[in-house]
Design a protein around this ligand. Sequence first.
Ligand SMILES: [Zn+2]
Length: 143
Amino acid sequence: MIVCPKCHKDLPDDSEFCIYCGRNLKHPELQEGGNPVGTGLKPNPRKNHLGRYSILLLILVVVIFDFILGTVFNTFGWNVKIVYWISFVLYLLCAGMAVFSMYVDAVDKKNGFEPTNETGLAIAAIVFAFVIILMNLQSVLLG
Ligand SMILES: [Zn+2]
């Protein structure tokens, strides 16, 4: 029997990896610096889905405000800038949700929990939100 240097459990002599904590026993140096085997992070009980919610809200606002309400206001000759200003606030809200999502992930990681990795979605939401805000601002300023 050998003993895992990390979790101190008994293992068969020929073990290459610890079956309990995933530590690489033959090449312990591979363990340092973000080896995917055994990140040392606990499973996260909290599900942070703000990343995907921010994308969903963004798509809803684009469809409902910019396309549908924008068209309706234009058709009836109402001031379409009102629609753009409301959607502007909602886009900022989406970007804020995405930033908060990344903040929650960072805090979870710091506290030893695996982050719910929706960072890609969160970044996409932020970029998308600001592109649409710029496009709408252009319409408001020029229109
Ligand atoms: Zn171990």
